[in-house]
Write a protein that binds this ligand. Structure first.
Ligand code: HEC
Length: 122
C-alpha cells in the first residue's frame, strides 16, 4: 500500500517536471518576430535572398528550395541547418545572422523547441 503511494507521487512529479519543458512555442508569436527582426533584412523575396532562403513566407521557408536543401527538419531541431547556422556549426558558409552578433542561447532554444515540436504554422 505505502509503496504504491510513493510510486504514484513519484510518477506525478516526473510528469510535472516534464510538462514545463514542453510548453508550446508559437510560430506567429515567438519565432516569426525573431526571424523578421534578425533575418528578413537579407532573406526576403523582394531583394532576392542569398541561398534562395526566404523568411517572409512560412510555406516558402519550409519548401526546402534553398541552396543546401531543407533548413528545417520538423522534430529534429539540433539536426536542422537553421539551428546549426545560428550556432555556427554548419559545415558551410558563415554563422547567422551574417556579420552581426550571434543570437543568444535562449533565443536559439526557442526556435529549436519550435522545430522539435513539429515546426508548425501555429
Ligand atoms: C546580412 C545578411 C544576412 C542576414 C541578416 C542573415 N543572413 Fe542567412 N545568409 C546570408 C548569406 C549571404 C548566406 C549564404 C552564405 C552562407 O551560407 O554563409 C546565408 C545563408 C543562410 C542559410 C543557409 C541556406 C542554404 O540552404 O544554403 C541559413 C539557414 C540562413 N542563412 C539562416 C539565417 C537566419 C536564421 C538568419 C537570422 C538569424 C539569417 N540567416 C540572417 C545572409 C544573411
Amino acid at each position: 500500500m505505502k509503496k504504491s503511494i510513493i510510486f504514484t507521487v513519484l510518477c506525478a512529479s516526473i510528469l510535472f517536471s516534464q510538462e514545463g519543458k514542453k510548453e508550446k512555442v508559437s510560430f506567429a508569436k515567438e519565432v516569426l518576430p525573431i526571424l523578421t527582426k534578425k533575418c528578413l533584412g537579407c532573406h526576403n523575396t523582394d531583394d532576392g535572398s542569398p541561398s534562395l532562403l526566404y523568411f517572409d513566407d512560412y510555406k516558402e521557408m519550409m519548401s526546402g528550395s534553398s541552396k543546401h536543401g531543407p533548413v528545417i527538419i520538423p522534430k529534429k531541431g539540433e539536426e536542422s541547418t537553421l539551428i546549426k547556422k545560428l550556432r555556427g556549426t554548419a559545415d558551410f558558409g558563415k554563422q547567422m545572422p551574417r556579420g552581426k552578433k550571434p543570437l543568444d542561447e535562449e533565443t536559439i532554444s526557442i526556435i529549436c523547441r519550435w522545430i522539435d515540436q513539429g515546426a508548425k504554422n501555429n
